[in-house]
Write a protein that binds this ligand. Structure first.
Ligand code: ZN
Length: 501
């Protein structure tokens, strides 16, 4: 581990804003799990204060001086220290290049935007939200210009969520993906096969569902000594420290899927957070590299492992033992089928593993066109509905189930959605490589032995934090750039036999 004096100086500065961020994370977790309802206003004030303090501690002159000193010592530094310098420079530039008035204007537009989005969605009336959205698009364009006046604005926004991604690169990737997925979805939609999801929709008390889901996360290697699980309205994972990673879940008494797959998803995120190097806490080396890589970890476990035949080979007997009598008539094939229903639908968050990506392609193309000035905000509902009709063969009956369904744009989060599909693509690439390197991975999964895979992911991905940018990380792990073929091989080999009947 590096111990250059300039590195130590920078680190002692970074640790202060990190401590404030860590306290905020714990307070946010508390807000979603434990806090009484009337605490909301007070908590919002405290979180805003802490965010302001963390920002101030980070952007002061001492940070710049320490960073410059470290950069000047470049020839003496090892790879870890060089990565810390590179990533801190990036964070520092982002935090200081945007004028304060613009930061404030964006924060105000976000809170107004969320308010008008909520009212517009309740009334299913896009026109009520359009002025706020127009303002947010303008402000985010100004933000992108402040960060990098020479770049395409949407590239800057993408880079906030997934470093080194460009609009052109995603365009190529997603167009090719779309061209292959649409015929698959059409074939499935016109197939005579109807998947019976009944085996996963049996009545089972929530405490039994949780106990079963926790036995799965234990097999995944999620360490309860370095984490915990609580209930919340929307499941999430917060990493406060690699030794303190908190997951939440929610359940439905007549459906095992939200509890089981929701918790596997969050535990996938949690394993990443537990696998970050504690020795580097406070520096970029101890944080996740990107949303796309984070999502690859959750989706790999939830969809590629959790919905596989090998998974149910190991876990159906355990489920039967945990819930005597409930699943007597169910076999491994019936359970695997039940976990893999494909159905074109309107709502992204309810979409299956296959069609989910078309929801993302639609949002990406709309955002790209908005920021390239090819689409006006007022024409958005029409563009949205047309895209759903073309790609998924269904048309939203109203704006609430169409263009107004997601909160993200009202928060000014543009360039964020693509990270979900990138996560799916990365996950398939990683898993193919893991299969090559680990030998009989499916055999191990079918025995309930997930640790070889957990350890492989830890070694190849988790422990690096932000040492390599996401695209470089994918190349280092798989030898190739992000690509669509492994994901297509995964979905074709899984769904086509199920729907061929
Ligand atoms: Zn996730």
């Amino acid at each position: 581990m590096s111990t250059h004096p300039a590195l130590e100086r920078l680190r002692s500065i970074l640790i202060e804003s990190h401590a404030l961020g860590s306290a905020s994370a714990l307070l946010s977790w508390d807000q979603e799990t434990m806090m009484p309802k009337q605490g909301i206003e007070g908590r919002a004030d405290v979180l805003a204060q802490l965010a302001g303090l963390a920002h101030e501690r980070f952007v002061r002159a001492e940070t710049a001086a320490a960073l410059e000193q470290l950069e000047a010592a470049r020839s003496d530094l090892d790879d870890d220290a060089l990565a810390i310098a590179r990533e801190t420079r990036k964070d520092y530039d982002r935090a200081t290049k945007v004028p304060k008035e613009l930061v404030t204007a964006i924060a105000q537009a976000q809170s107004l935007g969320q308010d008008s989005w909520q009212r517009a969605r309740a009334a299913a009336d896009f026109a009520m939200f359009a002025p706020s959205l127009e303002r947010l698009v303008d402000l985010k364009r100004a933000y992108a210009h402040a960060v990098n006046p020479n770049a395409e604005p949407f590239d800057v926004l993408l880079d906030d969520h997934e470093a080194d991604m460009s609009t052109d690169f995603l365009d190529t990737l997603f167009s090719a993906l779309k061209a292959r997925l649409v015929p698959m979805v059409e074939a499935i939609a016109s197939s005579a096969v109807v998947i019976d999801t009944g085996p996963l929709r049996r009545a089972l008390p929530l405490e039994k569902q949780l106990a079963f889901a926790r036995s799965v996360t234990a097999a995944m290697g999620f360490d309860d000594g370095a984490g915990r699980v609580d209930r919340s309205a929307h499941p999430f994972c917060i990493g406060i420290h690699p030794g303190d990673v908190r997951l939440t879940w929610r359940g439905q008494t007549d459906d095992l899927r939200p509890a089981l797959y929701g918790l596997m998803h969050e535990a996938g995120h949690g394993l990443y957070e537990q696998g970050l190097p504690a020795a580097w806490v406070g520096t970029p080396l101890a944080s996740a590299v990107s949303l796309g890589i984070h999502e690859s970890q959750s989706r790999l476990w939830e969809n590629m492992i959790g919905r596989s035949r090998a998974f149910w080979t190991a876990f159906l007997p355990r489920l039967k033992a945990a819930a005597p009598g409930v699943y007597d008539d169910v076999d491994v094939d019936a359970m695997t089928r039940a976990a893999n229903e494909v159905e074109p639908s309107l709502i992204r968050v309810e979409a299956d593993e296959l069609t989910y990506n078309l929801h993302i392609v639609i949002r990406f193309e709309i955002e790209r066109d908005l920021f390239r000035g090819r689409l006006r905000v007022r024409d958005l509902p029409e563009a949205w509905d047309a895209a759903y009709a073309t790609l998924l063969g269904i048309r939203p009956p109203d704006a609430a189930r169409g263009v107004l369904q997601d909160v993200h744009w009202s928060m000014g989060a543009f360039g964020y959605f693509p990270t979900y599909t990138l996560g799916n693509l990365y996950a398939a690439q990683f898993l193919e490589r893991a299969r090559e390197e680990l030998g009989d991975l499916d055999g191990a999964i079918a025995r309930g032995d997930f640790l070889p895979l957990r350890d492989w992911l830890r070694e190849r991905i988790h422990r690096h934090g932000r040492k390599y940018p996401p695209r470089e990380l994918v190349r280092r792990v798989t030898g190739r750039d992000p690509e669509i073929e492994p994901f297509l091989r995964h979905v074709e080999s899984k769904f086509m036999p199920l729907y061929r009947g």
